[in-house]
Design a protein around this ligand. Structure first.
Ligand SMILES: Nc1ncnc2c1ncn2[C@@H]1O[C@H](COP(=O)(O)OP(=O)(O)OP(=O)(O)O)[C@@H](O)[C@H]1O
Ligand SMILES: [Mg+2]
Length: 269
């Protein structure tokens, strides 16, 4: 890892642990994220990826470990804490309200950010202003939605995913977390979401992307963090590894950077 680039970390999670009764979801997970990069997060089912993302988005409080955002320690107790720190999370099931229109969905949750002078101003703008701004952001992102007034209910999975990502940009988040955003999408829609991730990066937004699709990661990610049994076991520049290399690191066929006590420790899942 280049030292110069590491001075530009927007997020640094260290030694995060989380147990659920007898189940160790996270044993010792660390993750770094640089400004404007896409970090792929990979690992077998149950490796702890979603739990780590939930910790980073304030949805789950860890048992141990530290998180720094822009070099300053944070202590997330709830999702709004992470939002306030500039972290937007797009879950697979999408936090969009079906019966609301695209514009209403893009503006959902604005009250959380009313301390921002820009958004405070937006709070008092009329519907027309919101529609105009929504159109502007969606157009900037190349999201093809016929009308911003149309109900989200009639939208495809890809459009919904794009809308959720658009929210992140509109609210000026510096970090966007995506948990398997293309898992339920077709080829064309997946491509649209990947394009959007590329555009987030152009805007200097950093992205954490969980994906089981190695080809996708090679298209869109800069680095990849491999998780195994609740541990982050390797970090690689995507350009330095093949899909087989990553699979090998996931399964353990290729030795990890950190020792994994998987032979001695029994993890229930
Ligand atoms: N709320 C919970 N209660 C009990 N066990 C949990 C809970 N959340 C996660 N776990 C367990 O923690 C482990 C890690 O789960 P997690 O969802 O983080 O894995 P993952 O890497 O996201 O897997 P997948 O690729 O299948 O999404 C699993 O064994 C899971 O069953
Ligand atoms: Mg998961």
């Amino acid at each position: 890892m280049a030292l110069a680039a590491d001075q530009d970390l927007v997020l640094h999670a260290r030694n995060i642990s989380r147990r659920y009764g007898a189940v160790t979801a996270l044993a010792d997970a660390s993750l770094t994220l640089r400004r404007g990069e896409v970090m792929g997060l990979v690992g077998d089912n149950g490796a702890g990826k979603s739990t780590l993302l939930k910790v980073l988005s304030g949805a789950v409080i860890p048992d141990g470990g530290t998180i720094e955002v822009e070099g300053a320690p944070v202590d997330f107790r709830r999702p709004t804490d992470a939002l306030a720190a500039g972290i937007e999370t797009v879950y697979q099931d999408l936090a969009l309200v079906d019966t609301m229109s695209a514009v209403q969905n893009v503006y959902l949750g604005r009250e959380e950010l009313s301390t921002n002078p820009f958004l405070k101003a937006l709070n008092i703008v009329n519907d027309r202003g919101m529609r105009a701004r929504s159109r502007e952001v969606l157009a900037e992102l190349g999201v093809g939605i016929q009308s911003v007034n149309v109900s989200v209910k009639g939208m495809s999975g890809g459009q919904r995913q794009c809308l959720a990502i658009a929210r992140a940009l509109l609210w000026g988040r510096s970090i966007v977390i995506l948990d398997e955003p293309t898992a339920a999408l077709g080829v064309r829609e997946s491509q649209q979401v990947l394009d959007l991730i590329g555009r987030l990066r152009e805007h200097g937004v950093s992205v954490i992307l969980v994906s089981h699709n190695m080809q996708q990661l090679h298209t869109v990610a800069d680095r990849v963090t491999v998780m195994r049994l609740g541990r982050s076991v390797a970090v690689r520049d995507i350009a330095d590894v093949t899909a087989q290399d990553i699979v090998g690191l996931i399964t353990g066929a290729i030795p990890a950077d950190v020792p994994t006590p998987e032979d001695t420790e029994t993890l229930v899942s």
